[in-house]
Design a protein around this ligand. Sequence first.
Ligand code: DAH
Length: 339
Amino acid sequence: MKEEIIKIKENSIKEIKECKKEKELNELKIKYLGKKGELTVVLRGMGKVSPEERPIIGSLVNEVRDELETLIQEKEKEFKKKELQEKLETENIDITEPSKKIKLGSLHPITQIIHEVEEIFLGMGYEIADGPEVEKSIYNFDKLNTPPDHPARDLQDTFYITEDIVLRSQTSPVQARVMEKQKPPIKIICPGAVYRSDSVDATHSPVFHQIEGLVVDKNIAMTDLKGTLEMFAKKCLGENTKIRFRPHHFPFTEPSAEADVSCFVCGGKGCRVCKGEGWIELLGCGMVHPSVLKNCGINPEEYSGFAFGFGVERIAMAKFGIEDMRLLYENDVRFLKQF
Ligand code: DAH
């Protein structure tokens, strides 16, 4: 048996040393060390060996196996090295070849407008506030002086999660949240998504975006509101933009107004963008109603404030000349990459 093992050892060493290909080496590995390999078969015959000789034969087989394994590993390394060497010699990579262009996306037009408006108000010393889109109806309505029988609270107008939780229908609830937490002076804007139970058409969507503004301090007057909005309109829509105020009603402001801007396409003469009016309706605004201040823990005898709110889509559509609001939500790259 000993001779048999030594013969296997000699043959295998010779074959491994002479072997030229990785495939051949794998075959030799199976031939000698595999489950049915020659060494393994010898081990199976150990039953016939006398008990005294058994440990000697056993350790001889182990020795041979170790030796073959090391030899095979070395040979494998050698092959790998050779392969790499050949690759380096034959392959050439042109590192000066221009790479594939990476297509970069762009910010969505709505995001662009939000950023632009944020920049303008940050420049005027405002902070940016945030509030939940799933909102308690007490913030969306009650604290804002909008009583339970107000039409805005109708199921036709507002999405209800439960009886007292809604998808906020305006960004105005953020006003109440900020006033409850922060003592005046307050100067914030709040951009965000709002939801209304509207069906989709060219100018309506059940989800759209608003930007809310709120200033509360001592001695804030309607003139501050007008000056602020005029400044904003000029910065956002062009230096020649004029602004006009029309009386209006909102539950949370008194007095309330709607503000229009002169058409920044035709300058007020009348065109397609302003539908021949010369003016474009921009936003709702007013002086914060004393009850709203009181509801949010601010003394209306001591403080006053103004607020405003406008739709981002409307500004994006006017500024970029987009005629159908649905385009803004379809995420068609052919449309989006124009901005
Ligand atoms: N929340 C109003 C709306 O969605 C817009 C608005 C009007 C906001 C007047 C205000 C405001 O802050 O003072 O129609």
